[in-house]
Design a binder for this molecule. Structure first.
Ligand SMILES: *Cc1c(COP(=O)(O)O)cnc(C)c1O
Length: 390
């Protein structure tokens, strides 16, 4: 039973609600659209009904963009483990450090969640070709879910992207175009090429459904923590779908009555030293983030010089009482090694960056030893082995 009702501007700008049975990408004002549900009626949905459901993100299907009678395009994404990383926490004097290990998703990153949701909708909306710009992981996930849905996939990727990302797109039968430039350039070329051909663009926040897949990380966290929130969430941030999706989920979960009267986690947005538009905007107190010139970092997922949902990320960080901080590439690699050695978890540089951010926040006294901290390991190390020392 689905409670999905309509799409709405994320600002909101006052534009009327949109019918999700037609294709919509952005609001008329240019801002991202968000999926909305009848949360009043959804209060009849009890969290107890989750017991015994399949261990993937579609266990929360009543509040996902799926209409009655539809079957999701799924490869078993989500319901990733939440580990108590005792030894890793002990290296920082923390009692309650947890890792939410998103590397165990199909195609090794949390991007699987967003593409499962986006490509499910694309399929039911009659799309035949999926298209997107990517730094790597989103392209791998889109290619895999397109294959699972029987759709064609066109991936636009910077030509200096790591080889495993390009090869894996091709493994799933996608057509790859190498672009001279950054993900923003790839996005422009993707739109120019695909627009006239009617390709369904699943760029970050340029369609409303990837966020819906990503928000399930917060539903799982709540369920896995027995309906309580941690004190801190540490999240590596590029385009911001993870942060924005989880913040949206907190609101839904509270309105469902599944967690009430609890302080929401402080949200920490972690970026790379040489691509930190959100950190700069947070520090300067601005509502939006200016484009970061000459962006560079070995963490491909963080190499996003301008995010269309910048104001939504900054809202989540500020309203939660969190913070934003940047980490050097070298420190990220050390973070990967620490997570590997002390937790046995395969972390991408983005996960390594999250660990380094925790180190900083413990050192400056922001995170207290007894507080609960959840590190999101958004991807695995296997596509990044070239960054490890040998
Ligand atoms: C895309 C990506 C990120 C950033 O994702 P957003 O939620 O869109 O900010 C972080 N880590 C990895 C491994 C990624 O692939």
């Amino acid at each position: 039973m689905s409670y999905f009702t309509h799409l709405e501007c994320s600002v909101p700008c006052g534009a009327p609600p949109l019918d999700p049975r037609a294709i919509h990408h952005l609001c008329v004002c240019g801002a991202p659209l968000l999926a909305r549900y009848d949360l009043e009626r959804a209060r009849a949905w009890s969290r107890d009904s989750l017991a015994g459901r399949e261990p993937n993100m579609w266990r929360y299907r009543e509040l996902l963009p799926l209409f009655d009678g539809e079957a999701p395009v799924t490869l078993g994404e989500g319901f990733t483990p939440l580990f108590h990383a005792r030894a890793l926490g002990a290296t920082l004097g923390l009692d309650r450090l947890y890792i939410k290990d998103e590397s165990l998703n199909p195609t090794n990153s949390f991007k699987a969640r967003g593409q499962s949701a986006a490509i499910t909708r694309a399929k039911y909306l009659g799309a035949t070709t999926i298209a997107l710009p990517t730094a790597g992981n989103a392209g791998n996930a889109a290619a895999a879910y397109s294959a699972a849905a029987g759709l064609a996939c066109q991936v636009f990727i910077p030509k200096d992207a790591k080889r495993p990302f390009v090869d894996e797109c091709r493994l799933y039968g996608a057509t790859v175009t190498l672009v001279d430039g950054l993900i923003t350039d790839a996005g422009r070329i993707c739109a120019e090429t695909g627009g006239p051909l009617g390709w369904y663009d699943v760029s970050t926040l340029k369609e409303p459904y990837r966020i819906e897949g990503k928000k399930t990380m917060a539903y799982e966290l709540a369920e896995q923590m027995h309906w309580a929130w941690p004190d801190w969430i540490i999240y590596p941030t590029g385009g911001g779908t993870g942060m924005v999706g989880m913040w949206k989920a907190f609101d839904e979960i509270e309105r469902l009555g599944w967690i009430t009267n609890a302080k929401r986690p402080r949200m920490v947005s972690v970026q790379a030293e040489h691509c930190a538009p959100i950190v700069r905007a947070f520090e300067q107190g601005t509502e939006k983030a200016a484009m970061w010139e000459n962006a560079s970092t070995l963490a491909d997922g963080l190499r996003v010089p301008r995010a269309i949902g910048d104001f939504l990320i900054l809202r989540a960080v500020r309203e939660s009482g969190g913070t934003a901080l940047a980490v050097s590439d070298q420190a990220m690699v050390e973070g990967m090694l620490a997570i590997g050695r002390h937790a046995g978890v395969s972390a991408a540089p983005e996960g390594g960056a999250a660990f380094v951010a925790i180190q900083h926040l413990v050192a400056d006294g922001s995170i207290k030893p007894h507080e609960s901290v959840v590190l999101f390991n958004t991807g695995g190390a296997l596509k990044y082995l070239d960054v490890l020392p040998r």
